[in-house]
Design a protein around this ligand. Structure first.
Ligand code: SF4
Length: 308
């Protein structure tokens, strides 16, 4: 399918609002891109993220379309929930909203970016919405920022992560890696970058002197646990979090989920009936290997506690 280009334009006289997405919906690959005005760009963190002050989502929806994604349940209607992975809504005034915040008002505030999208959507390469939000943070605030992504595009913003640190803020970049098997990745995370690309990218972020963490959330089936653990260690990353796959999520994409469960069962050499038991045994085995190999391994909600 042909891509419809999205063109940045000029906007406003604030030095950080150097370009702004035009109000032209388009399509990138299979993803429909739309634009909307947000009421606020920072949301008070609650629930799983309750130890943070704010969550920050520059986009709604997500091009990566992971079949187990809980964020799909926060879609505003059933149609959007069912087409999760095929739409992204750009918060076109996100930079404006961030620029309006009183300077220093985010000093010391724990911000999780992002909780219901990935801040490095494919469209981010062109729009640079996340980047411009980071520019404002670097110049006006000293936040304690955790970036959560599956995209190698995060490497682009290492200069800003370092600037935030140099100006007195803190940054940790979390990269999600879920398996060493590309068949499984394609089935559960159809539009995501490969896990190898993610591993290479987080190694590059680490090499830039930025705090990093690899989040194996969820940890799917791993075909070669020792080689997988070695590839994680080779990145130089010191912190890791694992969490098992949740069986009841993702019903909104039941067809894909069935196919994905069948594939994992096949990889584990079991049938659908015994899959849950076999998977959990497999998870424990892989977790033990990782625990023996990795410098620091957290699990579940505790692992996601703010790192600063
Ligand atoms: S990258 Fe994150 S937000 Fe996007 S679909 Fe996957 S789990 Fe959901």
């Amino acid at each position: 399918m042909e891509n419809t280009p999205l063109q940045p334009g000029l906007f406003g006289d604030d030095m950080w609002i150097t370009s702004k997405p035009r109000m032209q919906p388009g399509k990138i690959g299979e993803t429909v891109i739309s634009f909307s005005l947000a009421g606020e760009i920072l949301t008070r963190a609650t629930g799983f993220m309750g130890e943070y002050d704010f969550t920050l989502n520059p986009y709604s929806g997500c091009s990566y379309g992971c079949t187990y994604c809980y964020a799909a349940f926060f879609s505003r209607d059933i149609e959007r929930r069912n087409s999760w992975g095929y739409w992204v809504d750009v918060k076109e005034n996100a930079v404006e909203l961030m620029a309006k915040r009183r300077p220093s008002s985010l000093n010391g505030k724990l911000i999780y970016m992002s909780s219901v999208t990935d801040p490095y959507q494919p469209v981010e390469r062109e729009l640079e919405l996340t980047r411009r939000i980071l520019e404002i943070m670097a110049e006006r605030h000293k936040p304690k920022l955790v970036i959560q992504t599956r995209s190698p595009t995060v490497v682009r913003d290492c200069d800003l992560f370092n600037r935030i640190e140099d100006n007195g803020g803190r940054v940790q970049v979390n990269m999600t890696v879920t398996t060493d098997d590309e068949d499984i990745r394609r089935t559960f995370e159809p539009f995501c970058p490969s896990n190898m690309a993610r591993i290479r990218a987080i190694g590059e972020v680490q090499a830039e002197g930025i705090e990093t963490c690899i989040t194996m959330t969820p940890l799917l089936v791993v075909m070669s646990p020792y080689a997988f653990a070695d590839s994680l260690v080779e990145t130089g990353v010191q912190k890791f979090i694992a969490q098992p796959f949740h069986f009841r999520r993702g019903k909104f994409l039941a067809g894909t989920r069935d196919k994905a469960i069948d594939l994992m069962s096949e990889k584990l050499g079991c049938n659908r009936q015994s899959f849950q038991k076999e998977y959990l045994e497999h998870y424990d085995m892989v977790f033990d290997v990782l625990q023996d190999t990795l410098p620091e391994l957290g699990e579940g909600k505790d692992g996601f506690a703010p790192p600063f």
